[in-house]
Design a protein around this ligand. Structure first.
Ligand code: PLP
Length: 400
């Protein structure tokens, strides 16, 4: 077909993690006994009482468009949740409900960045961050993180790369892909730098509730407690906390001017988030939270199992991640080693070798800007974790 696509679509990459999930699904449908450590969502079903709320919403006729920024009842429920759970007072008109948090992140970049701007992205990063930045015509500026300190920003690298074109920074703690949870002092340091330069801080907190060792503190809570007064737009999601990835419900909050601009953009893109999901969301946020506690307990047991098994593998080291459901072990000792006559040049090669030899799907860290590491999701059963890591071991011992 002699038809030219836009420059915009040509400059972005497809979602690499979704591609890995597609590889796993295809192998499974071909009858291959594949073990999938690439999963980016809880393996539990949405809790029953939330499903019931969705069904009831449909029976009661909540099947129409809602207010563009979100149903007022849902925004009130979010406002209450933010006050109780996160300790931040946010008015309903400072909240925007979106079709998954991903849409909030995309929209905030559209609302605040321009051509010529640079936006700091800490690497390893969630694959969509650089693309959100590029889609807003700005350019990502990658800075290093420190693996020994929960993959917190390397502030020396940040200072040395900062120019006056930098207009914002995207942060994500707990992080996908590293599982790292930043210490409060790192967030304070970053907020102070952002305030000094007038940067917008976009804080992706979709794994806020999946934290194992200690309390999670929202960036905006720290911003207020310390009277820093940086500009922060926080994006949160129901996807991971309530195993609701398919319902597509997320939200953001921040200064009214930015939220209104995002609402204007979103209104022209998708009108509103789905009505049934918003009604179910009210029940999720204001109902019994035992389902979340139980899920976190299970994830914690799986994390401990995954990390201990990974650390028993030859030449692998893995820090215990403080949150999310990903382990991010260091495979760098296998770089430039040979297997079946092929040199393993990066983690794409290592992941591919593991997939081909023992049918275990992992996600190469190089795809997240995390050289030498591989992401292992433990959103799967303990039996599968044991079986899968056993297979990885049988693959690794053949590498010389
Ligand atoms: N941010 C991060 C770091 C994620 O890992 C994901 C989903 O994988 C999202 C945002 C998007 O979540 P949602 O399902 O709410 O769009």
């Amino acid at each position: 077909m002699n038809y030219k696509l836009s420059k915009r679509v040509k400059k972005i990459k497809p979602s690499f993690t979704l591609q890995m999930a597609t590889v796993a699904a295809k192998m499974k449908s071909d009858g291959i006994d594949v073990i999938n450590f690439s999963v980016g969502e809880p393996d539990f079903n949405t809790p029953e009482h939330i499903i019931e709320a969705g069904k009831k919403a449909m029976d009661q006729g909540y099947t129409k468009y809602t207010a563009g920024p979100g149903m007022i009842e849902f925004r009130r429920a979010i406002s209450e949740k933010l006050a109780i759970e996160n300790g931040v007072k946010v008015a309903s008109d400072e909240i925007l409900v979106s079709n998954g948090e991903k849409q909030s992140l995309y929209t905030v970049c559209q609302a605040v960045f321009n051509k010529g701007d640079r936006v700091i992205v800490c690497q390893p990063y969630w694959v969509s961050f650089p693309e959100f930045v590029r889609l807003s015509d700005a350019e990502p500026l990658f800075i290093d993180t420190v693996p020994e300190y929960n993959f917190e920003p390397d502030f020396n690298d940040l200072q040395s790369k900062t120019t006056k074109d930098v207009k914002g920074i995207i942060i994500n703690s707990p992080s996908n892909p590293t599982g790292g949870v930043w210490r409060e002092e790192a967030i304070v340091k970053l907020l102070l730098i952002a305030k000094k330069h007038g940067w917008i801080v976009i804080s992706d907190e979709c794994y806020e509730r999946i934290v194992y060792d200690g309390e999670f503190k929202s960036t905006e809570k720290i911003n207020r407690e310390q009277n820093i007064d940086a500009i922060v737009v926080t994006c949160m999601s129901l996807s991971k906390t309530y195993a609701m990835t398919g319902w597509r419900i997320g939200y953001s909050f921040g200064p009214k001017k930015i939220i209104s601009a995002m609402s204007k953009l979103q209104g022209q893109a998708t009108s509103c988030a789905n009505s049934i999901g918003q009604m179910a969301g009210i029940t999720a946020l204001s109902g019994n939270q035992d389902c979340v506690k139980n899920m976190i307990q299970l994830f914690k047991e799986r994390r401990d199992l995954m990390v201990s098994l990974l650390n028993k593998l030859p030449h692998i080291s893995c820090k215990s991640p403080g949150g999310a459901f990903y382990a991010f072990p260091d495979f760098s000792k296998y770089l430039n080693k040979t297997v079946n006559g092929k040199v393993l040049e990066d983690t794409f090669d290592i992941s591919e070798y593991i997939l081909e030899s023992v049918k275990v799907v992992t996600v190469p860290g190089d795809g997240f800007g995390g050289k030498g590491h591989i992401r292992f999701s433990y959103a799967t059963s303990k039996d599968i974790i044991k079986k899968g890591i056993g297979k990885v071991e049988s693959a690794l011992i053949k590498i010389i």
